[in-house]
Design a protein around this ligand. Structure first.
Ligand code: ADP
Ligand code: MG
Length: 339
């Protein structure tokens, strides 16, 4: 509960304690039944203090009420002994009960906090286990092929290819985790989006060739100048191209295009691969969500973070079996050279 809300509880506790004590003084000589009933009303601020503020709240409310009662005790000290004892016991009992309630409330809250912490640690543990497990597979492949090269067995070129591919998988995972774990700090500079797209394609070329997927780039003749963080924008596009390659079938094509539109610069990454069902499409930006055997599920959340860091938007159009298109819109305000 926020402190803002708690302030009102403090006011309610003080006002009700004052009101009930006032009633107590007021009814003393007149009506004994009413007097006894409203004595029990003191449990209201006491239990409220316990429920909202735990043991500390219960004890403080108890002290406050006891202080309010002090004049009454002093003036009625000459009453019969049993009557005084009865009052003292009554007030001590109410203090004991509200303290017990406060103690139980505190204990329950502590247990809840602990179980939330346990769940958080379990989540981190699960994620760490998944990533380590995913890194293990390419590592085993690399070890296996490196040993075969050393022993002079099999085709060396194929072994080297397999090693490069597995190391590439590991690299992508490590980059994903690093990009995800630290906050993205953008350093804006005047960049040509066309150049960034070409660089992104270059770094995905070997992988695309390995998967027998063609990469094609469609750009206008004029440079597409924008004020952006070139390094991070390239990482975002690389992530999207990698996803498109993963989804494509052998012989498929991934097309990357960029164009100045009415209000924004639009980048499209389109594949004719597996596409996504509704569930995947809904969960695509959730960190660690992946449908791949080897995947961190971090790529799309990194992409979103980068694009939104540039005040841009990303939209995914996808049809199961037909393919996917990622559409990035970057506002003109980023443009260093508006068309
Ligand atoms: P990862 O690639 O590690 O699985 P991402 O966050 O990059 O993690 O993607 C999350 C999921 O979104 C993928 O596992 C995949 O199911 C789906 N996805 C992303 N891009 C595409 C695409 N172009 N075609 C089909 N599915 C995709
Ligand atoms: Mg990915």
């Amino acid at each position: 509960m926020m402190f803002h809300g708690k302030k009102y509880y403090i006011i309610i506790i003080i006002v009700s304690a004052l009101l009930i004590t006032y009633l107590h003084y007021w009814t003393t000589p007149k009506n004994h039944i009413l007097h006894n009933i409203q004595t029990e009303l003191h449990y209201i601020p006491l239990l409220l203090g316990a429920v909202v503020f735990g043991l500390r709240g219960a004890v403080l409310t108890f002290i406050f009420i006891t202080l309010l009662y002090l004049p009454y005790f002093i003036t009625s000290w000459s009453d019969p002994f049993l009557s005084v004892i009865n009052r003292v016991l009554h007030i001590l009992l109410s203090g004991l009960i509200s303290s017990l309630a406060g103690f139980l409330v505190d204990r329950e809250r502590k247990q809840r906090r602990q179980s939330e912490k346990d769940r958080y640690l379990a989540d981190i543990g699960r994620v760490a286990t998944t990533i380590v497990h995913d890194l293990k597979n390419p590592l085993i492949t690399i070890m296996g092929f490196a040993r075969r090269i050393k022993e002079g067995k099999g085709n060396t070129d194929q072994a080297v290819e397999a090693i490069i591919e597995s190391a590439g998988n590991m690299q992508r995972m490590v980059f994903d985790v690093l990009d995800f774990s630290k906050p993205i700090r953008l350093t804006l500079g005047e960049e040509d989006i066309g150049e960034i797209i070409n660089r992104a394609c270059d770094s995905c070329k070997t992988r695309a060739e390995g998967e027998k997927v063609a990469l094609s780039v469609d750009l206008p003749d004029k440079p597409l100048k924008l004020l952006i963080d070139g390094f991070h924008m390239e990482r975002a596009i690389v992530n999207l191209i990698n996803n498109a390659i993963d989804a494509s079938r052998e012989g498929g094509e991934v097309k990357i295009s960029a164009v100045y539109d009415k209000d924004a610069l639009i980048i499209r990454i389109k594949d004719h691969g597996t596409g996504m069902d509704k569930e995947t499409l809904e969960k695509i930006f959730i960190p660690f969500y992946t449908t791949k055997r080897v995947g961190t599920g971090l790529g799309m959340s990194i992409v979103k973070k980068i694009i939104e860091g540039h005040q841009g938007t990303i939209r995914i159009n996808s049809q199961p079996g037909a393919g996917t298109e990622a559409v990035i819109e970057l506002p003109y305000e980023l443009s260093a050279d508006k068309p």
